[in-house]
Design a binder for this molecule. Structure first.
Ligand SMILES: *Cc1c(COP(=O)(O)O)cnc(C)c1O
Length: 358
């Protein structure tokens, strides 16, 4: 018997998704940085992304980059979250490039890079409205000036990140601002920017709309490759697989029970509302998976079944007339939140499947 719960990762489908996006964006002059943070630095998935033609790998955690280095994944590695001051040495040792917004951190990167006799690439992130990380555009000239003066630091380019915190959509207007900033930085400092990184999976609609993509020559893609969806409206992307990764859990109880609890009702384990309507008796199935393994609200159960609730270790479903015997398994589709938690849970086995020889 296979261990449960488990994530099944279809590497052929991930290859297809990555390859398709790499090709579509290439026709717009845009390279892809494959983002691995939702895979916990899986060397197998990283290898598939590289074979599909991504130009570099990006991860927000130095631990994941270290894991991929240890597994000898041959790629340019970018740390796409600002380094912690307390991790700067590890960042210089293992990442080729990091995204930065604070000069104090860039100064420390320079000091550590000098000690280690290495050069570290810096991409400066710019705030364009989503209010997560980013330098305010008015402060750019000062920070770039000092970055250029620091030994063992190579100023590689600029980038921005939209959609993640406030849901601000990448569009012709904010992307044009990024292109204009790129041009004005090049004029002011008489240099050429290697990388102008326009954003993440939320940028795909804009990038593939046929509109002018200006100076943007890089997008950092994670969710769209793994789950086959753009992230502005979470629509499936035409021609991509949305089921490359599935979550499988095992039935530990299956009984006909009342739909409405009995007794004085107070709080549930996770503060959610208990069921209140009486729909008579239902077929209730319990799976051995819960909040410790995934985000139950991000799961989609098989047709004809419905998720009723979850606690730390139990997922409760109504399974209609289907007989879900103890020991049988059920397969779920995941959203990004459910995926990230399942990937990082030590209780969830990761099973990589590869049919075709890539
Ligand atoms: C997570 C992340 C990405 C990738 O986002 P997706 O929506 O998964 O494509 C890109 N850039 C940064 C800075 C990120 O943190």
């Amino acid at each position: 018997m296979m261990p449960a719960p488990r994530l099944e990762v279809d590497l052929d489908k991930i290859y297809h998704n990555a390859r398709t996006l790499v090709e579509r964006l290439a026709s717009r002059g845009i390279l892809v940085t494959g983002v691995t943070k939702a895979t916990l630095g899986s060397a197998e998935i990283a290898a598939v992304l590289l074979r599909a033609g991504v130009n570099a790998l990006g991860d927000s955690r130095i631990e994941n980059i270290e894991a991929m280095r240890l597994a000898q994944v041959p790629a340019v590695m970018k740390l796409i979250r600002s380094p912690m001051l307390s991790q700067v040495k590890r960042v210089v040792m293992h990442a080729d490039v990091s995204f930065n917004t604070e000069i104090a951190i860039i100064r420390k990167l320079s000091l550590e890079a000098q000690k280690l006799h290495r050069t570290h690439g810096v991409i400066l992130m710019i705030e364009l409205g989503d209010l997560r990380e980013g330098i305010m555009p008015n402060d750019l000239v000062n920070i770039i000036g000092e970055t250029l003066s620091l030994p063992n630091i190579e100023f590689k380019g600029i980038g921005t990140n939209l959609a993640c915190r406030s849901g601000v959509s990448p569009d012709a207007r904010n992307m044009a601002v990024l292109s204009q900033l790129a041009a004005s930085i090049e004029r002011t400092f008489s240099l050429t920017l290697d990388i102008v990184s326009g954003g993440n999976s939320a940028n795909l609609q804009w990038a593939l709309s046929g509109e002018d993509t200006g100076r943007i020559n890089d997008l950092r893609l994670g969710e769209s490759i793994l789950l086959g969806r753009e992230t502005v409206h979470r629509q499936a992307i035409e021609g991509l697989h949305t089921d490359a990764i599935t979550l499988i859990a095992e039935v530990i109880e299956s009984k006909v029970k009342p739909s409405k609890p009995t007794g004085n009702i107070a709080q549930t384990a996770f503060g959610e509302a208990p069921p209140v309507t009486d729909r008579g008796s239902i077929m209730q199935t319990i799976l051995a998976i819960g909040q410790q393994d995934t985000d139950p609200r991000g799961l989609k159960s098989p047709v004809g079944t419905e998720i009723l609730g979850a606690s730390s270790d139990h997922l409760i479903l109504e399974t209609g007339s289907d007989d879900r015997s103890v020991g049988s398994e059920m397969t779920f589709q995941l959203n990004y939140s459910a995926l990230v938690r399942a990937m990082t849970s030590p209780f969830v086995t990761k099973k990589m499947k590869l049919q075709r020889t890539l």
